[in-house]
Design a protein around this ligand. Structure first.
Ligand code: FES
Length: 118
């Protein structure tokens, strides 16, 4: 059977938009990597919840559709992210569901690696 896919829109920090289709069950970090979306420093820890570089900002309506609420570990990492908002998540922790079709995520203007001591 054909894999279920949805459309995801990214708004990059310079305002440019990029849309792609993505398979249900993938996380947003995978999609950014699969599409060679070049965001400096993004996904530095490869989804092991040890950085915060995969920070993405959601629209409220999309945020509400994410079935998994952030874990304490994710919230701790998010605290370190640049430009944290009330609808922020770490991309590597957000798995796509069919319901999230048409999702629009904003890439923050800066990436901070929580492992960077500076
Ligand atoms: Fe490091 Fe998501 S890629 S926390």
């Amino acid at each position: 059977p054909k894999k279920e896919t949805i459309t995801v829109h990214f708004v990059q920090s310079d305002g440019s938009k990029f849309s792609t289709t993505a398979a249900v069950g993938e996380n947003l970090l995978d999609i950014i990597i699969d599409n060679d979306i070049d965001i400096d420093g993004f996904g530095a820890c490869e989804g092991t919840l040890a950085c915060s570089t995969c920070h993405l900002i959601f629209k409220q309506e999309d945020y509400d559709k994410i079935p998994d609420k952030p874990t304490d570990e994710e919230l701790d990492m998010l605290d370190l992210a640049y430009g944290l908002s009330s609808t922020s998540r770490l991309g590597c922790q957000v798995v796509l569901t069919k319901d999230m079709d048409g999702l629009q995520v904003q890439v923050p203007t800066a990436v901070v690696d929580a492992r960077d001591p500076s």
